[in-house]
Structure formats: structure tokens, C-alpha cells
Design a protein. Structure first.
Length: 321
């Protein structure tokens, strides 16, 4: 199970989220990314004004058609893009603990560092590590207040799909397959013990057992943002890690150089860097820096729109050298 802090755009929406035990995400690719990445059974807290609110567990996930007409949130217009979005992607949440805590607490250091290096939120959600989840599981008090049920009538639901063909985007409920979606696919794929064991064997890592690792999403560094960060969940003496970069298309030398900078920034505790891409050119392969492993991914039968779960079943990876 993973733990996420979900960013809330304003105080009014925060109050509605808490009142109904709901998290909602916009009909944008970032909103769908968050909805896809957070799974039933995961834990979430709300993030607003540099504070974390309550601990919940995800009970259900639903995508609604015509969400602009559905309560509780009003459509929101962003100042920079001037685009208006509704909230079709929703999580039903079971309250676990009640608290309101500032992110300056040492217990939130993993998330706070990401926020600081990003210069603010600018992101729909942040994944925290298991240490953070253990800490918040002891904060505040057990949640005893009743969540008010939100009654929705005459609603239609859908299962979002992804496509590589821009012509299909015109179809209702079909979204473009972006790199952040591939990142979420890869993180969930590697989070499964058997897949992680195969992955470690593939990159010749035998110093750590898969059971002692956790697979986390984006981690900010001064040099940029790591796509997937695999680290020891309970480090003792050493805090060893593996850095994974994910590219939807063909890898370039710049991609390898970027990953090399991340490895240097992380230091000697980084065991390997892995670049996962759809393809690698012969000239690029010959110039791969030390300590970096190239891995090719494939998605079978992706000629038609597919759901996130369908894509996860079709995902395969292989070491190419």
C-alpha cells in the first residue's frame, strides 16, 4: 500500500473533500494521472497551505460523465491557461485519523523536500514513503465524526482509456498516452514483488531483497526530477537506492546524461541507474555511461484505446545489452 498527499486548490474545496470523504481530480491528463496512480487500498491525506489534513484509505474509484453538473465541487478555471475543468475522477475515502499538521514537522521531511525543490506545489499529488505513513498513523486521534454521504442521481460512469493515436482522443473518455502515465504504469508494475525480483535480477542487483525495497514516484533533486525512486524502506547504516528514468519514445544521449547527473547527485548509495525507453539507437548504446542499464519496454496490442489496467497487463520489459 502506498501513501499520497493530494493537493487541494482552495479552502472551499478542502472543506468539501473533508465533509464528504471524497478526493476529486480534474478532467486533465494530470488529473487522470493522479486517479490512475492511486489505487484502492492506498492511503491519502489532503495537502493545502503547507498543512496535511487527516488520514484516509481509498475505498473506491469512479469516473463520472458530465461532471461539470455534479456536486460537490464547482468547475475551476486556471489563471495561466484560462481553461475550465470539472472533477470527473473521484476517490471515495474511509477516514482513519483526524489531524491538521504543518509540513515543517520532521515526519513530513520526505514530502517537504520535494515541495521545496519544486518551489511550490505545481503538482496534483506527492507520494510519501513508508516511514512517513508510519509516522502519520500515530498523529492526531482516531477519526470518529460521521462522513456525510453525497447523493448523486442520474449519473453515468466510464472507464478512461489511453491511446497513441491523436484521432482517438476525440472519442469520449479517451486520453493521450503521456510519459507520466507510463511512469505510473511502471511504478505499479515494479511495486509487485515478483516483477521487482525479476527487475533486480535483470540489472544484476543481489545486495538487497525485493521485500526490503519500496518503489516511489517522482522525487525532486536539485538537478531535476527522478521518475521512479526505488529505495530501502527501512535503511540501516546505508540508505541504498536505484534511480529509474522512463521515456515513452526512443532514448537519446541527453537522457543518459540526465540520469548520470541524478546518480552523481544521489552519491555512492545509488547502486544503479536504469533508463527505460521504447527503443535505443545503436550509436546511443555504444556511449552509455557506466552504472547505467538500458531497458526496453513494450505494450502489446496497443493499436486500440486501452484502460490503465489493460496496459499494465500488456507491459513487458527486457534488458537489451
Amino acid at each position: 500500500m502506498s501513501y499520497f498527499l493530494v493537493s487541494v486548490s482552495n479552502k472551499e474545496n478542502l472543506l468539501l473533500c473533508k465533509k464528504y470523504g471524497l478526493a476529486g481530480f480534474t478532467n486533465s491528463i494530470n488529473g487522470l494521472w493522479t486517479f490512475s496512480e492511486i489505487r484502492i487500498g492506498d492511503f491519502v491525506s489532503f495537502l493545502y497551505a503547507a498543512k496535511a489534513y487527516n488520514l484516509y484509505q481509498v475505498e473506491n474509484k469512479t469516473a463520472f460523465e458530465n461532471a461539470e453538473k455534479l456536486p460537490p465541487w464547482k468547475p475551476i478555471t486556471f489563471k495561466i491557461s484560462r481553461k475550465t475543468y470539472s472533477f470527473p475522477f473521484r476517490l471515495n475515502l474511509k477516514p482513519i485519523r483526524f489531524f491538521e499538521e504543518p509540513l515543517i514537522r520532521i515526519e513530513f521531511a520526505y514530502v517537504a523536500e520535494n515541495l521545496l525543490l519544486r518551489g511550490g506545489y505545481r503538482k496534483t499529488h506527492f507520494q510519501a514513503d513508508q516511514t512517513t505513513l508510519q509516522n502519520v498513523s500515530q498523529m492526531g486521534i482516531i477519526y470518529k465524526e460521521n462522513i456525510e454521504p453525497l447523493v448523486l442521481s442520474n449519473t453515468k460512469i466510464f472507464i478512461p482509456k489511453f491511446t497513441l493515436n491523436n484521432k482517438n482522443i476525440k472519442i469520449s473518455g479517451v486520453f493521450p498516452f503521456r510519459e507520466i502515465i507510463l511512469q505510473a504504469l511502471m511504478r505499479q508494475y515494479l511495486s509487485e514483488d515478483n516483477n521487482l525480483k525479476k527487475f533486480l535480477n535483470m540489472i544484476s542487483i543481489d545486495k538487497i531483497d525485493a521485500e526490503n525495497l519500496e518503489v516511489l514516484g517522482e522525487k525532486a533533486l536539485p538537478e531535476g526530477h527522478i521518475d521512479i525512486f526505488i529505495k530501502e524502506s527501512v535503511p540501516i547504516g546505508l540508505s541504498r537506492n536505484i534511480i529509474v528514468e522512463v521515456k515513452t519514445g526512443k532514448a537519446t544521449l541527453n537522457d543518459f546524461e540526465q540520469l548520470k547527473r541524478y546518480i552523481n547527485e544521489t552519491g555512492d548509495e545509488c547502486l544503479k541507474g536504469v533508463l527505460i525507453a521504447k527503443d535505443f539507437g545503436k550509436r546511443t548504446i555504444k556511449k552509455i555511461p557506466d552504472k547505467i542499464i538500458p531497458i526496453k519496454y513494450s505494450l502489446e496490442d496497443f493499436d486500440k484505446p486501452k484502460t490503465f489496467e489493460e496496459l499494465k497487463q500488456k507491459l513487458k520489459i527486457e534488458k537489451i545489452i
